[in-house]
Design a protein around this ligand. Structure first.
Ligand code: PMP
Length: 409
């Protein structure tokens, strides 16, 4: 096995040469967003310099180029997710929009008063609020699967929530607040056993591990391009073909219609039916370039490297007096969340920033799970393929120094 060369990978990411406050930038805020390799930045340039056009609608050379580039990106996403068909890949703005699309379009048709929707305690607000809104509109009920003291979903408790009124379970594959990797395939199978669909939120999974929607068996899978080294403003909804085929459209407009008269509109099949208006063509193409970049390295290699780094970082952090790691599940990816006795997380975040180290400090848009552990905020370093042991050493070193002189933070 070729050794994982994080130092070489770093050179592919121009922003990692930045200095902030006179210090080398150490980017440990990957759960919020990831940095972009030169291959993605250059692909966006190439698109705007040589290919830019609206897609599908015009019979000229650039329309053909942009359409080809956009549809090639869809095929790359299909392969990246292990989906059976490009018709199952809908481009959206991000994970948030994908979940709202499902809650509104699928939910609008399939959820009635008294129906039930299951989520887990680990969810990002993006996988809570759209379902709450759907429940408020329809009179359906939201049920929440609890986690154990390590921050892992308790499968038996999750299964106990299902009744013959449960229509869908929607849960994360990796928690953005704790890093827990949930038993997603089992959770999908349990939902199916009870006649419910399953949506898996892959926003925090796709940059850390190989994903195969057919192995997961899920009906929907969502992620955001910007968390997987692609541009902002582009994301993906995967929907199983037979589910999308009978799902009503979400927004109406151009692109998504087969025929319009003032009496009646006939819609396109998926995925066009769910892509009303001019989409984010350039950034879809950029996302395709990010996927090519990851293919060149191999998601399994990335997962192995990050696993090692996560172990190294956990041990380093636990050597700091008074530090409490929140989220200690056996299966974790990418994220470390902690508090230190007597130090407000925001102050720790500022102290790290002064040393060039970017982490998130706050509630991470996942307030219920932090409150489950009795805190309102944590400090959250989060990893990506370009992080190194040196990055972790710098983090631990600053924490140790500041913690030694706690009054100054
Ligand atoms: N789900 C999870 C688990 C996330 O971490 C995030 C982003 N923090 C989202 C959904 C929402 O993603 P976006 O803001 O890119 O739509």
């Amino acid at each position: 096995v070729r050794a994982f060369d994080a130092a070489a990978i770093r050179r592919d990411f121009p922003i990692l040469s930045e200095h902030v406050h006179g210090k080398r930038l150490i980017w440990l805020d990957n759960a919020a967003t990831t940095q972009k390799p030169r291959a993605v930045i250059e692909r966006l340039d190439r698109y705007y310099e040589h290919e830019n056009s609206n897609i599908h609608r015009a019979a000229h050379a650039l329309a053909a180029r942009s359409t080809d580039a956009y549809e090639a990106a869809r095929e790359k996403v299909r392969r990246f997710l292990g989906a059976g068909s490009v018709e199952e890949i809908v481009f959206v703005r991000g994970a948030t929009e994908a979940i709202n699309l499902v809650a509104q379009a699928w939910g609008g048709r399939n959820i009635r008063a008294g129906d039930e929707i299951v989520v887990s305690w680990l969810e990002h607000h993006a996988n809570i609020v759209p379902w709450q809104q759907l429940c408020a509109r329809t009179g359906a009920k939201l049920k929440v699967a609890p986690v154990d003291d390590h921050g892992q979903v308790i499968l038996e408790e999750y299964e106990r929530l299902f009744t013959d009124r449960t229509r869908i379970a929607s849960f994360t594959q990796v928690s953005n607040a704790l890093g827990t990797v949930t038993p997603a395939a089992e959770m999908v199978a349990i939902a199916h056993r009870h006649g419910a669909l399953a949506l898996v939120d892959g926003a925090q999974a796709v940059s850390h591990m190989p994903v195969d929607v057919q192995v997961l068996g899920c009906d929907f899978y969502v992620f955001s391009g910007h968390k997987v080294f692609g541009p902002t403003g582009i994301g993906v909804l995967y929907g199983r073909k037979d589910v999308l085929d009978v799902m009503p459209p979400w927004q109406g407009g151009g692109n998504m219609i087969a025929d319009v008269t003032f009496e009646k509109t006939v819609y396109q099949p998926a995925p066009s039916r769910f892509e009303a208006g001019t989409g984010n063509i350039a950034d879809a193409v950029g996302l395709g370039a990010a996927i090519d970049y990851l293919d060149g390295i191999g998601m399994a290699n990335i997962a192995a490297w990050e696993h090692e780094l996560l172990g190294y970082a956990s041990a380093g952090l636990l050597s700091i007096p008074g530090l409490r790691l929140i989220g200690t599940a056996a299966e974790k990816a990418g994220v470390l969340s902690f508090v230190i006795d007597g130090c407000p997380p925001i102050e720790i975040g500022k102290a790290l920033d002064r040393e060039g180290i970017a982490v998130r400090a706050g509630h991470h848009c996942a307030q219920p799970i932090l409150r489950r552990f009795g805190v309102e905020a944590t400090v959250r370093p989060s990893l990506a393929l370009y992080n190194t042991r040196e990055d972790i050493d710098a983090l631990v070193d600053v924490l140790r120094r500041n913690h030694g002189a706690r009054r100054t933070i």
